[in-house]
Structures are given as C-alpha cells and as structure tokens.
Design a protein around this ligand. Structure first.
Ligand code: SAH
Length: 602
C-alpha cells in the first residue's frame, strides 16, 4: 500500500498486515463475516459493513485486548488509522505518561479513549451528541472495565470545549477530536468534493450517520470554533489537537491559527493504505515540543545538487580545497553573489550564497556586449567583464584568503565539527602559488552552454556534440529547466527587445514575485520552524541570518543556498543545498560552476 511506509513508525500495522486466517480461526464473528477460498485464503469484502465491523472488532480484541460492540448504522473506525493519531499524541505527551485528555465526539466505538487508556493508561473526558453512540460508547467502556478512567457526557451540537468544561476548574494534558468532515449532504455524497475526501477509503464502506459526518461549515468551522475557545481556555488544556479529513482544511486551519496569533502549532500526516488524514496541534505552552512529520521530512528532503570536482578541473594543478575554494570564491564574487563563510578548512568549506539577480545566464550575450564596449572603448561595467589586468589586480585578494579563512573559521558557529581539527590547522596554511594556477582565459572565457544549447542538462563539452549528459548529479530533469530558460529568451524577443544588446531583462524576468527580502526569508524560516518543518540546514542558517545580518535588510534576494566544497577520501565535490528562494536558479548556478570546473582538454 502506497502510504504505509509513512505510517507512524510504532504503528504495528506498518510492516505487518493483519493475518485474516488467524483472526478467522480465533473469532467466530470474523469467520462468519469472511470467506475462505479452496486454497485456504481468507478474505473479506471491505464494502460489507458486517465484514468491516468484524475486522475492527477482531483487531481491537486481538492486538489490544479491547472488546467492542458496534452498531451497523454508525461510523466503523479503522484501527490502524486511529492508532496513528494515538501514537502522534504519545510523541507529544510522552508514552505511558499518566495523562488526562478530552475526546470530542467519541463515536459509538469510543475508540480513542479505549486505545489511549489501554496503551498508556490515559484517562478521558469524552463528549458525544448522538444518543445511540453514547449508549454503545458507555457499553464499550463498561465491558473493558475502564469506567473509572473514561467518562462520556452528552452535549449539544454547538458545544465543543468551553461548554464541556463549564463549571469545572479541571486541567487537561490534551484534547483530541475526529470532527464531522462535511458541511452538507452534497459534500458528503462527493458531489461538491473529490471522492478521495470521503471519510472512508474508496474501497471500503462508510456507515457514518448524518450527525457523524456533517457539521455546519464542515470541519474547518468545527476546528476554528475549537481554536476560538482555546483562546479563552489557554493553558487549561496543554495541547489542543484535531484530525482533519481534507487536505484543503489543513491550510485553512493553519491560516486561522496564525491569524489568531497562536504561538505554536504543528501539523502531521496520518497515512494508511491509500488514505491520508492530517493532524493539527496547537498550544499556548511554548515548552511543548511537537514531533517532526516523517512524511514531510521525507517529502521535503530534497538532496543537494552535487558535482564532483575532477583532478585538473578548471586547469588548476593543486587538488586541494583551498585552491578550488579560492577559484570558486572568485567566480562567486564575479557573479556579484553575496556570500559569507560559515566554515573554512582544509577538507571542508561552507559558504552561504545569496544571489540577488541572475548574473550567470546568457554569459555569451554579456561577453558580446563587453566586446562591443571594448571596441568602442567604453568603460566596462559588468562584474564578469574583468580584463586580465583587472583580474590580476584582484589577485591580492587571494593573499587575504589566509586571514579570511581564519576569521571565518573562528566566527563559525556551525557544528560541522568532524572537520574542525584538521581544518583548524589548515586554516593557517598558505595558499601558496595559487595565483599562477589560474588560467587567464578562465577568468575571461565563458562556456556558452546556455545560449548555444539551452539544454542545461548538457555538459559544456558534450553540449557542443549534442550528447545527453549523465543526469546522476541532478535531482530533477534539467531539460525542463532549460526549456523554461528558452521560453524566457523567447519572451524577451517577443517583447521586441534586441537580445544582443540586452542582458539585464533576464534579471528583470526573475525579479518580481520571486524576489525575497531578508525579512521575508527570516519570516519564512520562522514559519517553517513554528510548524516544525524546518530542515537542520534552515535552522542553522536562520540563526546566522538573523544574528550576523550579513546581508542588508532591504536587499532583495533571488536565491539563498548553502555551498559546500569538501574533500572526502581524496575526492573533491561541490554541493549546493537550497535554503530559500528560487530553486531553479540553484540548478543554473550549479551548471555554471560545472562548466567552469570542466577539465580542459590538452
Ligand atoms: N471518534 C470517533 C467518531 C468520530 S465521528 C472515531 O474516530 O471513530 C464524529 C463524532 O462526533 C460523531 O460521533 C458525532 O456524533 C460527534 N459529534 C458531532 N458534533 C459533536 C459535538 N458538537 N460534540 C461532541 N460530539 C460531536
């Protein structure tokens, strides 16, 4: 099942499917609801409410020692999915911590309180509006001897938390809820929403009654009311949570939490089979730590772009990080990309790059412009238009490398410490005769892949041969990216702009909504942190970005990325990790570096 790999790691159904044969042998009601083939294979019809009920009963009894009675005309819960929610709560509250919680809408099964009580010894105050559900829920509590731990009270439909707690001063560790999803009958029947939004799996039956599946305004209104009420209750409930049945609801509820300035909230995914549900948690107690969503982490974990640096790349003779970082830093500077050094060492150097505009594409065009200007003896103005003399004049910077390295090494707060010892020693090592290793034409000459062969998936050399590059270094299909670049080109010409004369409009194209201010980036990082979806790279960068303020507040930025040059087991590689801004530009920059790092043919 596609989503099972994202099930909660402690969910016992993640790697072990229920053994129907065993269940049929053990429980008569399951035997009666299932069919056995000639080969002895036991199957059930998930669309048959009797079979669905038998499965839920059998799993609760077999795997949790919990006995339940369920009416056929009410919601029949699926055990693995309900377990995901309990396990997520365990992650927030702590396993087997004697906690007290609220369950809004226990249903007839009273499944959350029964599981929470059996697994962790939690006690519950549960509410329910439907008489039949209350009857069954109480029966289920009774037959599992949990009467002293779980209480179900009848409430009216407009009652959520405030009404339930009226007249008491009791405090709770958490609240949970599986709210009615739909706003009306049309939605419940899938007429106004996609079928996948249905409470049950497409392949299974929904026996939910009207009051169980329909709430005025749907689940967003239901949970929003809970949020409103939590603003009054604040720390009387330490962690407020709810399940959400529809993806659209997640953003709407998050927006509402933000609007109401709730200090901390997190979302998670509950995955089972082909069904996905979401969990939302919020708190006014900032000591609460929300667990990371395994699903989001795996989904967001975009690997860095990596390019191996061959011996002799760019014609440099010394195969050391110092030599190449000097070369690459110069390229970065020539491209007018802001950077600051997080770590500088013998085997590992880490920079944070902040690109303000696209200065790396259409280099050929820019060179032509340069040449024109040189011919007309106009002054040169673009950063990559340095003459050899200019480049030589810039060379003393290289001598500063030693100081730069030591400075930034000390300034580094990064914990990439495995490199530190050797790096500390090497930070004082002179870069020696690096100057003479830089080929003059490496400064001047651009490898014109973009214009001549706008396929960024081609290496410079191969591009001229029209041969497809091996794509192992890249996370996505670069062909699409090159197409976009081409489209940019076309957009320019259709605007009637003379391409040969213009290079700046490319920059303008990439400006506008894609540009982020430092403030926006910090806000974005903070949001990711608040939602607990920030990667480690982002967390580290945020502290840097906020504190050391290496880039001006008002400056707009196209891309923020981490740049790592390292030598591992004798081999050097360059990696770019996206932090914020336009991801595509990172591919372009990497391609630019790759072109520069090609090994010249002798
Ligand atoms: N917790 C169960 C049932 C979820 S269905 C499960 O996960 O299987 C939603 C339940 O909420 C229904 O039983 C419905 O009757 C109940 N309900 C609807 N509005 C309610 C309200 N305002 N207060 C308490 N329960 C409510």
């Amino acid at each position: 099942m596609a989503l099972n790999k994202f099930m909660h790691p402690r969910n016992k159904y993640k790697s072990r499917k229920p053994d129907f044969k065993e269940l049929a042998a053990k429980y008569d009601y399951f035997q009666d609801a299932s069919s056995t083939s000639e080969t002895g294979k036991v199957t059930i019809d998930f669309k048959d409410p009797i079979a669905a009920r038998a499965l839920t009963r059998a799993l609760l009894e077999h795997d949790f020692g919990v006995k339940v009675s369920l009416p056929l005309d009410r919601l029949i819960p699926t055990v693995p999915q309900r377990l995901n929610y309990i396990l997520w709560l365990e992650d927030i509250i702590g396993q087997e911590t004697p906690a007290r919680g609220i369950d809004i809408g226990s249903g007839s099964s009273c499944i959350y309180p029964l599981l929470g009580c059996r697994q962790n010894g939690w006690s519950f105050l549960a509410s329910e509006v439907d008489d039949e559900n209350i009857l069954f829920a109480r029966k289920n509590i009774e037959q599992n001897a949990m009467g002293d731990k779980i209480k179900v009270v009848k409430v009216t439909e407009d009652t959520l938390l405030l009404g339930l707690l009226e007249g008491s001063t009791e405090t709770f560790d958490f609240s949970m809820c599986n709210p009615p999803f739909y706003s009306d009958h049309l939605e419940a029947q899938g007429i106004t929403t996609a079928r996948s939004d249905d409470r049950s799996d497409a392949s299974s039956i929904s026996t939910a009654s009207e009051v169980e599946s329909i709430a005025w305004g749907g689940e967003v209104r239901f949970v929003s009311q809970m949020i409103e009420e939590s603003l009054q209750l604040k720390n009387r409930i330490r962690v407020y949570t709810s399940l959400l049945g529809k993806k659209n609801s997640v953003q709407a509820v998050k927006d509402f939490l933000q609007k109401k300035k709730v200090p901390k909230f997190a979302t998670t995914e509950f995955c089972q089979g082909k069904t996905m549900r979401w969990g939302i948690a919020w708190t006014f107690d900032t000591t609460v730590v929300f667990p990371k969503s395994a699903f989001k982490e795996q989904k967001n974990a975009k690997p860095p772009l990596v390019c191996s640096v061959q011996r002799g790349a760019a014609g440099l003779q010394e195969y050391t990080v110092q030599t190449y970082i000097w070369f690459l830093r110069k390229l970065v500077e020539d491209l007018k990309i802001n950077y600051y050094t997080k770590h500088c060492g013998k085997f590992y150097t880490c920079l944070i790059l902040q690109a303000k505009s696209n200065t790396w594409s259409h280099q050929r065009r820019k060179r032509r412009e340069r040449e024109k200007k040189m011919n007309s003896s106009e002054p040169l103005d673009t950063p990559d238009c340095k003459t050899i003399e200019n480049a030589r004049a810039a060379e003393p910077q290289v001598k500063d490398l030693k100081e730069k390295c030591s400075e930034s090494f000390e300034a580094s707060v990064d914990n990439e410490s495995e490199h530190s010892k050797e790096d500390e020693q090497s930070a004082t090592k002179s870069t020696g005769d690096n100057e003479k290793m830089l080929h003059e034409d490496e400064i001047m000459d651009e490898v014109n892949v973009v214009k001549e062969k706008p396929d960024l998936g081609l290496d410079s050399e191969e591009a001229t041969k029209g041969k497809k590059r091996k794509s192992t270094d890249y996370e996505t299909d670069l062909d699409n990216k090159s197409k976009k670049l081409k489209e940019n080109d076309e957009a320019l010409s259709s605007d009637g702009v003379n391409k040969d004369k213009q290079c700046e409009p490319v920059v303008n194209l990439l400006k506008g909504p894609q540009m982020l201010s430092r403030h926006q980036i910090v806000q974005q990082f903070k949001k990711e942190q608040a939602e607990n979806s920030a990667s480690n790279a982002v967390k580290k960068t945020l502290s840097f970005y906020e504190k050391s303020e290496p880039f001006s507040e008002n400056e707009e930025c196209l891309l923020l990325c981490k740049f790592v040059l390292k030598k591992d087991e004798g081999e050097m590689s360059l990696a770019l990790t996206h932090l914020a801004g336009n991801r595509e530009t990172m591919h372009q920059i990497m391609q630019f570096f790759k072109n520069k790092l090609s090994v010249p043919s002798t």
